[in-house]
Design a protein around this ligand. Structure first.
Ligand code: 6R9
Length: 631
């Protein structure tokens, strides 16, 4: 590999100047059954829209993440698992053991009739079997769709129906922060909603007594006892889909973002290696949940493709105490910790003692992801957690991008709060609202000019939606939905979403989704949801609700509606504030003026801007007078 001996700027310049040579060279990081002779083949033009990478290459992702390491590191730990309860023992799986576990899981899936191209839903707690399930799908060419264990039965059913998945892998229960999560019961509820659920594979995680339905439900242990521990990896075309992951957009239902086999894996592996300067067998800890893209790329695929020891943590950062995350670092001698600003802000509030009473000497590098990191949290992470010796990698990317896009590398000059510079092959630009390029120091819509290997390949079952969402607003470029500022050094500062997506604790939530859930309740006539600043979560959810005639808009209803949304979507969608509104500010054509609702939610009522197009200006006065604070 030629990367390590060249400076970032030189390598970056080469990646743009001769992309074919650069990417075919990079592709050698992977083990190919048939090596590709082509790099990128793509067009963002409407009439010829397509994105393909390494099109004639053939490989298997699980063989890249496991089998190819067996010769040199069979006995190295691949996955170290830290349980929710610190009194319990961690579990460790070497690469040899991982091979056995994944083969067995793959054979269980096969025995239940799962074949190449079939969709398998994974609805799991953070236990090693979740990683085994992902890799088992990859091994046999099944397309996995992980649904975060905090999503509701309804959300699970919708996602299964959307991708036509009849098989779900789950556990009896999950555990987080000392609490139990009834996963299997949720699957049972989902099966009442979506009748297409034919097979439920249940991993015994807590030993809870759960109902099992004959013919449909099977205990993983029982099934695994009857299968072989070897399973040949399925040869896959580079462009075959590896997984679907649902993510929220500004309109409609969540989209099933589709990622490829070859390009995605290369992107995950290259960014993990380069951005974190990964050195095997150091322990790498990405403290995300495998239900989000961060978990896919930086707990499972990137680290394992690089022969890393990856840490999987079942619990939450602040349980049983605010020292837990640092105790886990010490217990497993973690070299790199990759987490979200929301966790840092929550821990920061608890005081430095919880940090300083731990050692953290093993830490070499820190990472941040999921939302803009405020300079104060950045400095605390750098100075207190890392004692000034660990560079902070603030990595900007999205579910759609597969891996890091704008990010520092450890040798660079850093600025607290800036994601710094584009990664290899990434050519960002800032555009004004009319699509004109802004040069030099500027702030505008962040777009990406050319394709990269980790780019999403489609929206499951809806090619047109892919184009409309990302390539319609500004023709010929990928629109990120984020705003950014570029400073005099060319460094990028992400300012947040410019669309109707809010970022709650680093998790994406579409305002339209929360609105649809609210209006499903019989008490609600109309609802409008916006983001509001929140000192720990980054953004909170502020809902304006108009109730139906005869309904009492009281505190009891606030609680009812919060519980309702929690049940409809999941706890992460629970509104932080609900304001009852006799009317919503609308234009004469009936369009809700969200700009005004956002300002009121922010408490910034002195600058409501132009309200002359409002159909009924008095509505705004009422909203301002009755603004609620979160709680
Ligand atoms: C990886 C992930 C994507 C959205 C993205 C942006 C925000 C992520 C960020 C960041 C500022 C960072 N975001 N990382 N904003 N600085 N380092 O989080 O994917 O869940 O799809 O969210 O998150 O707004 O557009 P996803």
């Amino acid at each position: 590999m030629t990367l390590t001996d060249q400076s970032r700027a030189e390598t970056y310049a080469r990646s743009l100047a001769d992309p074919d040579a650069f990417w075919l060279d990079q592709a050698q990081r992977l083990d190919w059954i048939t090596a590709p002779t082509k790099a990128g083949d793509w067009s963002f033009d409407e009439k010829d829209f397509h994105v393909r990478w390494f099109d004639d290459g053939v490989l298997n992702v699980s063989a890249n993440c496991i089998d190819r390491h067996l010769e040199s590191r069979a006995d190295q730990v691949a996955i170290v698992w830290e349980p929710d309860d610190p009194a319990e023992d961690p579990r460790r799986y070497t690469y040899a053991e991982l091979h056995r576990e994944v083969c067995r899981f793959a054979n269980v899936l096969k025995a239940r009739g799962v074949a190449k191209g079939d969709r398998v839903t994974i609805y799991m707690p953070m236990i090693p079997e979740a990683a085994f399930a992902l890799l088992a799908c990859a091994r046999i060419g099944a397309v996995h769709s992980v649904v975060f264990g905090g999503f509701s039965a309804d959300a699970l059913a919708n996602r299964m129906e959307d991708c036509g998945s009849s098989v779900v892998v789950t556990a009896d229960e999950g555990r987080r922060g000392g609490k139990r999560v009834a996963l299997k019961a949720c699957v049972d509820e989902a099966a009442q909603i979506f009748a297409g659920i034919e097979t439920v594979i249940v991993v015994r995680a807590t030993g809870a007594d759960v109902a099992m339905q004959d013919g449909r439900d099977v205990w993983y242990d029982d099934a695994a006892a009857t299968v072989d521990t070897d399973c040949a990896p399925e040869p896959m075309a580079a462009e075959d889909p590896l997984f679907i992951l649902y993510t929220s957009g500004s309109t409609g239902k969540p989209k099933g973002v589709v990622h490829s086999t070859g390009g995605y894996l290369l992107w995950a592996a290259l960014t993990h290696q380069t951005v974190f300067d990964y050195r095997a067998p150091e322990v790498f800890w990405c403290a995300a949940d495998v239900g989000w893209v961060t978990g896919h790329s930086y707990i499972v695929y990137g680290p394992l493709a690089n022969g890393a020891t990856t840490l999987m943590y079942e619990g939450v950062p602040n349980w049983p105490t605010a020292s837990r995350i640092w105790e886990v670092v010490d217990r497993h001698q973690v070299a790199t910790l990759y987490t979200a600003p929301t966790a840092l802000r929550a821990l920061m509030k608890e005081g430095d003692d919880f940090v300083t009473r731990t050692s953290r000497k093993s830490l070499r590098l820190l990472g941040s992801v999921g939302e803009p990191i405020n300079p104060e949290a950045w400095r605390w992470y750098h100075d207190i957690v890392g004692e000034g010796r660990c560079p902070v990698m603030d990595t900007w990317w999205q579910t759609e991008t597969g891996g890091h896009m704008i990010t520092p590398t450890p040798d660079m000059m850093l600025k607290p709060g800036s994601a710094t510079l584009p990664f290899y092959g990434i050519e960002p630009k800032l555009l004004d609202g009319d699509g004109r390029e802004l040069t030099g120091e500027a702030e505008g819509n962040l777009v990406i000019m050319r394709s990269w290997p980790g780019q999403m390949r489609g929206v499951w079952g809806d090619e047109q939606r892919h184009f409309e969402t990302y390539f319609r607003t500004f023709p010929g470029v990928y629109t990120t939905g984020d705003g950014a500022r570029r400073d005099a050094d060319g460094y990028y500062w992400i300012t947040g979403r410019v669309d109707d997506v809010i970022n709650v604790s680093g998790h994406r939530m579409g305002t339209a989704e929360v609105e649809s859930a609210l209006v499903l309740h019989t008490a609600v006539a109309e609802a409008a949801v916006v983001g509001m600043p929140h000192d720990v979560k980054g953004q909170g959810i502020y809902a304006y609700v108009t109730v139906n005639a005869g309904v009492d808009a009281d505190d009891a209803l606030v609680k009812t509606l919060r519980d309702w949304v929690r049940h409809e979507i999941g706890p992460i969608a629970t509104p932080d504030a609900i304001q009852f509104a006799p009317g919503l500010p609308k234009t004469r054509s009936g369009k809700i003026m969200r700009r005004i609702l956002r300002k009121i939610a922010e408490g910034d009522v002195s600058s409501l801007g132009d309200t002359s197009t409002l159909a009924d200006p008095e509505v705004v006065e009422h909203l301002v007078a009755n603004r609620v604070s979160s709680g």
